[in-house]
Design a protein around this ligand. Sequence first.
Ligand SMILES: C[S@@+](CC[C@H](N)C(=O)[O-])C[C@H]1O[C@@H](n2cnc3c(N)ncnc32)[C@H](O)[C@@H]1O
Length: 383
Amino acid sequence: MTPDARIAAAIEILDDMGRGKAAEPALSQWARGHRFAGSKDRAAIRDIVFDALRKRRSAAASGGGESGRALLQGWVRLDGQDPDAIFTGQGFAPAPVSESERAAWGDPSGRDMMDLPDWLADRFAASLGDEVEQVCAVQRDRAPVFLRVNALLSDMGKAQAALAAEGIETRACETAPNALEVLENARRVSGSAAYRDGLVEVQDAASQAVISALPLAHGLRVLDYCAGGGGKALAMAADLRGPVDVHDVDQRRMADIPDRAQRAGAQLIPVKAPKGPYDLILCDAPCSGAGTWRRAPEAKWALTPERLADLNRIQRQILDTCAPMVAAGGVLAYATCSVLDEENADQVTAFLADHPDFTLERQDRHLPGPDGDGLFVAVLRKA
Ligand SMILES: C[S@@+](CC[C@H](N)C(=O)[O-])C[C@H]1O[C@@H](n2cnc3c(N)ncnc32)[C@H](O)[C@@H]1O
């Protein structure tokens, strides 16, 4: 497919999303209806759709509307390209820009460039202060791909060499001790021998740093209470060189854990109703994901104040449920992939007020940037 035909495809998909479909089903449905599109075309179309979603507000202001055509005219203009060179109507290119479309073009400014709904722009400003502009600018671009070298089966040098042998170039990243940033051929990672053999896992560098901040030591009894797909549990098992109990309210979220654990040579033990006592419990709580919206940009447009309030309630409940399961002298670690105070420091303050037997030992905030996503972790020690 030509670059302009890919833009025409992205317009169809964005229009489908405008009628209420989520990005993944819209992309899959388009691919099913256009079997001639190869994997490179599908990947390129996906990149355009996701980039337009990251910049939806500024693209809409630039292109004069929320339709697929307006968004992508705006997206092309934001990129410094000439829409008339792409919207030619030739071959499979989108139809030429009409006079009414052109008249609607604008120049995004101020809040448009934050690429957030107004209510979230306010919350971001309140939580991030002087750093808000920089964080919003970062979230308008694609995130780097990071890997975690699995210390149970490999080390940095061996893993980098194995990846390089398959054309995957990496560099060590300072955010966490076992983190690699993929510099070239990131799409090859999931099919590589290094990945299949468990030498590396795909995991954001700041997510890895959250685990490095925990006082993990061999022999500790550890529970991952919100284990999901097991990304952080695997990282804990590698640091611990021992087993980790895994739990999630939604069993289906843990479906991949047995295969992932086997590949990584790690012992993750599913526990339906954990009781404790544990020396360390990680609560990687459900959250807005506001630190990871580069990767999942749909989420920032879908979040509502009501949903955020619900998440805040669930986060409090999870901490309250886990606190009694922590052994005396043990640790409760609270993590989110959010940059919003109400999900992070405010939750910790409220928890400490209700649980005077805990003290705050450490609190780290990672902002989204070149070295990883936006994450938060608080290490709370029980007396
Ligand atoms: C941020 S995700 C966890 C990601 C995971 N730790 C990882 O590193 O891949 C949050 C998880 O919390 C789970 N969850 C939501 N409410 C919960 C609750 N009340 N108790 C336990 N887990 C819950 C969700 O099903 C989801 O899998």
